[in-house]
Design a protein around this ligand. Sequence first.
Ligand SMILES: [Zn+2]
Length: 231
Amino acid sequence: MYCVKCGVRLTDGAAACPLCRTPVRDPDGAEAAPAAPTYPERYPAPPKTRRYPILAFLTALLLAVSLSAMIYCLTNLHAVSWSGYVMLACALVYFALLFPFWFEKREPLIFVPIGFGLTCGYLLYICLYTGGSWFLSFAFPVTMLAGLLTTASVLLFRFGKRRRLLKIGVLLTVIGLSNMLIEFFLCITFDTRMFAWSLYPVCSFSLVGLVLILCCTIPGWRAYLEKKLFL
Ligand SMILES: [Zn+2]
């Protein structure tokens, strides 16, 4: 037997050429046998999705509901009247809940803020239509606050891999404190009493959040919690 690279004569059973170190492959050995291909012959077809017919059905249903409400109002009341609420609510449900599912990859960082923005628009319509004055001092800031906190949570669970326990602690504390802000907006808009209910969520959320933050300062506890919570 000779080396395939330099032609040196090899001793029987040699694993490599003594001159050029080229590994010896024995044509009679197991290695020489062509391995059966482990991959399929054809490119696998993508799994058939059944969600498109369902989505189309739900879209048609929403369209039918909004159109029938509009036709009813126009023929019986001779005005858009309450069908405006119905149509906008259908549009909101469609864009916030159904529209993202038309895409293979749903990017929550795009769809979550869009959903909250649309909710804001819907509330503005109701406020203007009913002649209310609660949009700027209550509905807008509260919806934005909820949108911000939800987007922050999405960001945290998608990208915040490092020191996640600490970030969750901070987020919980902020969610707790935001309840006080919501009560403040209620107070200045509807003249409700301040500190009537907000201290309960503030205390419970902040307490859990602060415990998590505190645990981050003790390495043993942090490791234990991260393991227990799969972080
Ligand atoms: Zn050789």
